[in-house]
Design a protein around this ligand. Structure first.
Ligand code: CUA
Length: 167
């Protein structure tokens, strides 16, 4: 088969870039552990509190071990329910020490919402009927805004909370 010189160059360039892209993908997936969120577990969206993680007492931040936390959240239009504080007021901010690992477990009672801890890899779609899960380690102190990044209606921009990582 006769290939024109430029055709051959382009072909090689295409194949090489494909190999490079696949190698980057494989590196991310197998060495860096990058993976899509888990949404395997299902829940009744009309009765999320029947699920252990989303019972009123289990909402919000729980320390499970040294530097290990679980954050259970119910998303709904237009709020992230992180439980209530000692005075019965809704929690809007949670704090963990630097170096902590936090497992986020989120579900929604109505429409599709997003759950993104801005500036980190925690970025999930939250679908009715499913529990979205992701665990990240927080090594950089600071205040991270948790935002809904799926347009969910008129109050979408008001759906946020805060996560503080302290020294
Ligand atoms: Cu919830 Cu946008």
């Amino acid at each position: 088969m006769q290939l024109h010189k430029y055709e051959r160059i382009w072909l090689i360039l295409g194949i090489v870039s494909l190999i490079v892209f696949l190698a980057i993908l494989a590196y991310g997936a197998f060495w860096k552990g990058t993976h899509p969120q888990s949404a395997m577990e299902t829940v009744d969206p009309a009765n999320v509190s029947a699920n252990e993680h989303f019972k009123e007492d289990n909402l919000g931040l729980t320390k499970v071990d040294d530097n290990q936390y679980v954050l259970n959240v119910i998303a709904s239009s237009f709020n992230f329910d992180l439980g209530k504080d000692d005075e019965g007021k809704p929690v809007k901010k949670v704090r963990v020490p630097k170096g902590s690992s936090v497992l986020f477990q989120i579900t929604t009672t109505d429409v599709v919402h997003g759950f993104n801890v801005a500036g980190t890899n925690a970025n999930m779609m939250v679908e009715p009927g499913h529990i979205s899960r992701d665990e990240i380690q927080l090594n950089r102190p600071g205040i991270y805004t948790i935002v809904c990044n799926e347009y969910c209606g008129i109050g979408h921009h008001q759906m946020f909370a805060e996560l503080e990582v302290y020294e």
